[in-house]
Design a protein around this ligand. Structure first.
Ligand SMILES: [Ca+2]
Ligand SMILES: [Ca+2]
Length: 152
């Protein structure tokens, strides 16, 4: 009889230490102190154990939708380049008076271009010492520029 009492006492101590938990009803009972600290009395207090939160539903990984390729617009035909007007179209009102470089002034520079052209030298493409417009640079063009230079 003494042994049963001892086992019961040990069981009560163990249960009071760990708490009594009823897994079926999900209630938990604990021994609590009531009364004053000098005359301790104990009472069992039971409470509902809330259900553990269910794990969050598994979220499927986001499906990355690649945008469909936008159709590449067909190339618009590039308009044909407008023909570059020939250098002769540059307004050069004093060309007929000997302005070879078309700077509006007839001077020794124009004569230099004439001499260079006659002797096969290199002159800029924009310079044209063919003052009379006959397609050749010769003595008749020299007459024109000398006349203009002397007239100054
Ligand atoms: Ca000139
Ligand atoms: Ca000429």
């Amino acid at each position: 009889m003494k042994r049963v009492f001892l086992i019961s006492l040990l069981l009560i101590i163990a249960l009071s230490f760990f708490g009594i938990e009823n897994v079926y009803s999900k209630t938990k009972c604990e021994k609590v102190v009531v009364g004053n600290p000098y005359n301790k009395e104990y009472e069992w207090e039971c409470y509902e154990v809330p259900d553990p939160e269910p794990p969050p539903p598994e979220v499927p990984p986001p499906v990355i939708v690649l945008p469909t390729a936008t159709p590449i617009p067909t190339l618009t035909p590039i308009p044909t380049a407008t023909p570059v007007p020939a250098a002769t179209s540059v307004p050069c009102p004093k060309k007929v008076q000997g302005d070879a470089n078309c700077n509006g002034v007839i001077n020794l520079m124009d004569y230099f271009y004439y001499v260079a052209a006659v002797n096969g030298g290199k002159i800029p493409l924009t310079v044209n010492p063919d003052f009379n417009g006959d397609g050749k640079v010769n003595a008749s063009d020299r007459v024109i520029i000398i006349k203009s230079l002397k007239g100054k």
